[in-house]
Design a protein around this ligand. Structure first.
Ligand code: ATP
Length: 448
């Protein structure tokens, strides 16, 4: 279990090409980040793993990819236009705005409670605070050539919206029977009052969400199953240490406007245990609200029991950025090897941006380089994410690969070219630092 600081993670992420500030050359933009060459590989691997576990491994879960901008009526029906708010408080001198619940140090949206708790508090700059009010986090834009109230549209604050509006389309096209789920990965936008803690709280985020449509009487059991799914996914599929995870149950003041029950998995981020993955019981709130506002019948007819009812929904929702940050923090290790500090990301091979790096021992020996290129081409064809690395000496290359989490380094040396060891290479293991000789024709098996 690692106790790495936020600065260390931010610096590694920047230095090694995982995460950059958005528009960095213009001074950045608060709450927006770009993924670099290694970050995008890691993100894609995380998304692929989730999609596999959620969609490919369940016969009754189907994927969709909805538009970011939907008819604004969707967000009125869902309650987001009226209720997707955070409590805000302003420094009366600097006019800097803060999350009232963060300043009060509680997980609450209750204005009266927050007003009471902040009564004698000052802002972080030592000035008096104004009244606690609500602030809507929906990001607005305009559709078409005229910018007036008629043309206002919202960037979606969560991906769930278009899952509900496609409930009937998916049910019908896939001939789905309850229980079944709809999953989606995509961007969402929240005008967070104070984005902070690197990619933990941002204004443009990516979510992986799945809504599971069920008969109401199965809600407790199904809710438990999806809680367990999330925990197991983090531990077994991402390799996260259970010591870095804990459950947090929402109380009434913390729950979103649609939820009857909510359990988050908290991860031990450098800034403390914080929300990573939510499981929510949304009851029949969403389908009910969309039926009312759209006038369309979204009820389910059960052939077997001849009943007609509105399905309940259990939601599983996790942020890609928070997952990436959790994986980086969990995998980060500092060790001492031969009196020197070694930084190593112990990422699962299935997640690592590069599975293997291939090097000629010396880059000015054409016969080594030619053989190394041959090996590189074979591995590249098999794995795809293979790095050619001939910079600096071998020790430096190992350190560099350790720091980006490459599980194996393959080195082609003079023994590869002749003698008893002809056509064998050195394979160096990231976690144990052990090296062994492997025949080239056994390499793919060895690295799998
Ligand atoms: P928080 O309480 O931290 O603001 P939330 O309870 O509003 O989060 P949900 O609406 O349940 O979050 O969103 C589902 C998931 O989306 C969260 O568990 C988190 O992983 C991710 N997420 C939510 N808001 C952000 C954000 N501003 N930046 C990055 N990820 C986010």
């Amino acid at each position: 279990m690692s106790d790495v600081s936020l600065e260390t993670i931010v610096s590694l992420a920047k230095r090694r090409g995982f995460v950059f500030q958005a528009s960095e050359i213009y001074g950045g933009l608060g709450g927006f980040y770009d993924y670099g060459p290694l970050g995008v590989e890691l993100v894609n691997n995380l998304k692929q793993e989730w999609w596999k576990a959620m969609v490919r491994e369940h016969d009754n879960i189907f994927g969709v990819d909805g538009a970011i901008i939907q008819n604004p009526k969707l967000w009125e029906a869902s309650g987001h236009v009226a209720g997707f708010t955070d409590p805000l408080v302003e420094d009366t001198v600097t006019h800097k705005r803060y999350r009232a619940d963060h300043l009060a140090g509680v997980d609450s949206n209750d204005l009266e409670e927050l007003t009471r708790l902040l009564k004698d508090k000052k802002s972080p700059d030592g000035n008096p605070l104004g009244p606690v009010r609500t602030f809507n986090m929906m990001m607005k834009t305009f559709i078409g050539p005229v910018e007036d109230t008629e043309s206002i549209a919202y960037l979606r604050p969560e991906t769930a919206g278009s899952i509900f509006t496609n409930y009937e389309n998916v049910r019908e096209t896939m001939r789905a029977k309850l229980p079944f789920g709809i999953a989606q990965i995509g961007k969402a936008f929240r005008n967070e009052i104070s984005p902070r803690d690197f990619i933990f709280r941002v204004r443009e985020l990516e979510q992986m969400e799945m809504q599971y449509f069920i008969r109401p009487e199965t809600q407790e059991k199904t809710y438990e199953e999806w809680r367990e799914f999330a925990w197991k996914f983090l531990v077994e599929r991402l390799g996260i240490d259970e010591e870095n995870l804990q459950w947090h149950e929402h109380d009434e003041n913390e729950r979103a406007h649609y939820a009857a029950a909510a359990h988050d998995i908290y991860f031990k981020y450098p800034q403390g245990f914080k929300e990573l993955w939510g499981t929510h019981n949304r009851t029949d709130y969403d389908l009910g609200a969309h039926m009312k506002v759209s006038g369309k019948d979204l009820q389910y007819f059960d052939d077997a029991t001849r009943e007609r009812f509105t399905p309940y929904v259990i939601e599983s929702s996790v942020g890609v950025g928070r997952m990436l940050m959790a994986v980086l923090v969990d995998a980060y290790h500092e060790e001492e090897v031969n009196g020197e500090k070694r930084v190593v990301l112990k990422l699962k091979p299935s997640l690592a941006p590069y599975r293997v790096a291939v090097s000629p021992l010396l880059k000015n020996k054409p016969e080594l380089v030619a053989k190394a290129h041959e090996v590189y081409a074979t591995l590249k064809k098999e794995f795809g994410n293979v790095m050619w690395d001939d910079n600096g000496n071998i020790g430096k290359r190992y350190r560099r690969q350790d720091e980006i989490g490459t599980p194996y380094c393959v080195v082609i040396d003079f023994d590869t070219l002749e003698g008893d060891t002809k056509d064998t290479v050195t394979v160096r293991n990231r976690d144990t630092t052990e090296q062994k000789r492997v025949a080239i024709d056994q390499l793919i098996k060895e690295l799998n």
